[in-house]
Design a protein around this ligand. Structure first.
Ligand SMILES: [Zn+2]
Length: 359
């Protein structure tokens, strides 16, 4: 049976909006990046990204293979691809490292090593960036072929880490003004990438935002608000579409951030205690939970398919009765996760995730 992407899109959108009556079953939202896709399509990351057509085809093939209800391009997000754009615009392509079976990466902390590097840092023009041009064109192809609306991601701290490295954590105390200068430039660059997306792809109805500053082991909540949170608010002022909060850290400030910034959904796996997520849902009944305690490095990684199914069942029975639950492991599906363990998720959804769901 061909994959019904129109139905998948409606399943996702209606769950995000809380229209339980219009949803047949719990949607499946995996994060597919190069580590997983290269395995399915049998091509290296560089080959996959060598043409928009091949890239689009590879991502559709990967998503359909695991019966996902979502499809998005891994490079349409502010991690390595944004670092790549900065490297291109600042004569730093020698810092980019390609890998066969995982995403490209920049040598962390090298592009903005000194104060002068930050002062002189040029904002990339995304319509001129090779990688972004491929991304925009691939998004258009996917949209045309599947009718599944393509969206992009934004994210500030993830790029700070790429450009400034661990020095950024020292800057928080020693040189906050310099760090803010870098944050502002990254903000400007992301607005540029968003505008280029609208121009090239047509629309963006939702933003997936990885807010990596918001982890207890990294900085105080107050610092996270200063170096990332205030910029999320600025993005929301300019881009008037709903935001999904992604945070795959191990000690996220989910409650604190949701009290200050509006999100329609949270996508995270920690804390691993299901009780936390039950309480979270009670406290924020209008926020859809995407994931909860299904972490890619535990049952998914070293357990059996049966153990994965049990985990999915636990999440569905506890969180899906309200209709605001989307199932998915977090974060990216790594190379080492056995494929039967991934396929166990849509199988368990089929078994336990059809509405009506009673606890
Ligand atoms: Zn993540």
């Amino acid at each position: 049976m061909p994959h019904d992407w129109v139905r998948s899109a409606s399943r996702m959108m209606n769950t995000l909006s809380g229209y339980k009556k219009k949803v047949d079953k719990v949607p499946f939202f995996p994060i597919i990046d190069e580590q997983f896709a290269t395995r399915i399509v049998g091509r290296t990351a560089k080959e996959m990204l060598s043409s928009p057509k091949l890239y689009a085809k590879s991502m559709i093939m990967s998503a359909e293979f695991i019966r996902a209800d979502s499809i998005q391009l891994p490079s349409a997000y502010a991690g390595p691809a944004e670092a790549y754009a900065f490297a291109e615009a600042n004569d730093g392509m020698d810092l980019i490292e390609w890998y066969d079976y995982k995403p490209l990466a920049i040598k962390q902390g090298e592009l903005c090593k000194t104060e002068e590097d930050i002062e002189k840092l040029e904002i990339p023009n995304h319509t001129k960036s090779g990688l972004w041009k491929t991304t925009y064109a691939a998004a258009k192809i996917i949209q045309k072929k599947t009718k599944y609306p393509q969206n992009m991601g934004l994210g500030l701290w993830s790029v700070v880490q790429e450009l400034r490295g661990v020095q950024a954590y020292r800057d928080i105390k020693q040189n906050p003004d310099l760090l803010l200068k870098l944050c502002k430039k990254i903000f400007e660059s992301q607005i540029n990438s968003y505008n280029a997306w609208i121009e090239e792809v047509g629309s963006c109805s939702i933003i997936l935002y990885p807010a990596y500053a918001f982890n207890r082991h990294m900085m105080s909540f107050q610092d996270a608000m200063q170096f990332e949170g205030q910029f999320i608010k600025k993005f929301q002022d300019k881009i008037k579409v709903p935001f999904i909060l992604h945070n795959c850290g191990t000690s996220p400030y989910f409650e604190e951030i949701c009290e200050q910034i509006e999100f329609i959904a949270v996508n995270g796996s920690h804390p691993l205690d299901i009780e936390y997520w039950i309480q979270f849902q009670k406290k924020f009944p209008n926020i859809t939970i995407m994931g909860a305690n299904i972490d890619v490095s535990r049952e998914m990684f070293s357990g059996t398919a049966l153990e994965v199914k049990e985990k999915v069942k636990e999440n569905i029975l506890n969180l899906a009765p309200t209709g605001r639950y989307i199932c998915g492991p977090i974060c990216c599906l790594p190379w080492g996760v056995p494929i039967p363990n991934i396929l166990a998720i849509p199988e368990a959804i089929e078994k336990y995730g059809k509405y009506p769901i009673e606890k």
